[in-house]
Design a protein around this ligand. Structure first.
Ligand SMILES: [Zn+2]
Length: 341
């Protein structure tokens, strides 16, 4: 085996030597060798992880303590709006939720979907516009230059800031997604723009989500996610109706102290999550069952159904008339029964 291997190696070296001789004789040989070397060096850099710093070189940075925004040139026009929203809403969020000062937050505006997934490092649904990572004190936002955003960039930045502050403060304490999303939607101001008619459609079709269902929002379609966000913000509205923002602050403090959401709810509101959910869903069903009547699309649909029926009747009558005319034009002596027994 050893001998055979040596023989093969010799033959290979011989072939290589001949090829090199032919290349040396060509005027392009030097250029080809250089190109091959360049490709090898580039491949090495990629393998050695040098590509990341090369890619990072195109990020531009804007410091506005406690925020540092990383962005690409095409998003420079979006920066003033994002910074204005963050600086304006940050003290309001802290005051309303009673949260400590954020030491630092890195905000990345991902210029492509690939960058968005690379930075967030999780499998996010297509409708996601941002993601916060409290362990790294950072958030990743989708640039509006790609995709179809569910909400605008400034609103997403404030929405993710609420998540970042809440999750940083509560650490490992588990709390329901509806509270997390409800506070983010409420404090970013997007709750008012969510149409209440989607609740009617959900109630009438039996698709109203329970508060427990909302824990799985990341696996939902864009349509169901919108319903989950709306129900979350309405649930937070219900809590605020009882004891305002002071109640929410007490709830978060109790949650931090006990590490148990049910205990915190009982302590602050006198009911556990299941009882709150029962009352909440009952109220939603009563209040929003017919909210669809305020939706212009409902009337378009109502008008469209008879029109569709009318169009169907007209097509059927035309077809019937053509058949009748065709039957009248046939010779009288044709007896189909004999020809097609
Ligand atoms: Zn969210």
């Amino acid at each position: 085996m050893g001998f055979a291997q040596r023989g093969t190696d010799t033959q290979r070296r011989g072939l290589t030597s001949r090829d090199m001789g032919i290349l040396s004789a060509s005027p392009w040989a030097h250029v080809i060798r250089l190109t091959k070397r360049t490709l090898l060096i580039f491949a090495f850099l990629l393998c050695a992880g040098w590509a990341a710093p090369l890619r990072a070189m195109v990020w531009q940075v804007q410091h506005s303590p406690p925020f540092t925004i990383y962005y690409h040139p095409q998003d420079s026009k979006n920066l003033p709006g994002v910074l204005k929203a963050l600086n304006q809403e940050y003290p309001v969020i802290r005051e309303r939720l009673g949260l400590p000062l954020l030491k630092h937050a890195d905000i990345y505006i991902a210029p492509t979907l690939e960058d968005f997934f690379q930075l967030s490092q999780v499998d996010l649904p297509a409708w996601a516009t941002g993601y916060s990572i409290p362990e790294r004190q950072m958030m990743v936002l989708k640039s509006p230059t790609f995709g179809t955003p569910l909400r605008d960039l400034s609103t997403t930045a404030v929405h993710e800031l609420v998540h970042l502050e809440l999750e940083s403060d509560l650490g490992d304490v588990l709390f329901p997604t509806w509270l997390n999303e409800g506070l983010a939607v409420t404090l970013s101001g997007e709750g008012a723009s969510l149409p209440r008619s989607i609740l009617s459609w959900a109630i009438l079709s039996g698709r109203l989500l329970t508060l427990f269902d909302i824990d799985h929002v990341m696996g939902m379609s864009a349509q169901d996610a919108r319903l989950a966000y709306l129900e979350s913000t309405l649930a937070v509205d219900d809590l605020r109706l009882i004891r305002g923002w002071e109640g929410i602050r007490d709830l978060l403090n109790q949650l931090k102290a006990t590490g148990n959401f049910d205990s915190a709810m009982v302590k602050v509101y006198g009911i556990d999550e299941a009882a709150f959910e029962y009352d909440f869903l009952k109220k939603v069903r009563q209040q929003y069952r017919w909210a669809v009547l305020a939706d212009p699309m409902f009337y378009v649909t109502i008008a469209f159904v008879p029109l569709l029926g009318l169009a169907g009747i007209m097509v059927w009558r035309k077809k019937r008339r053509i058949m009748k005319e065709w039957e009248e034009q046939q010779p009288e002596d044709i007896y189909w029964g004999e020809r097609n027994p």
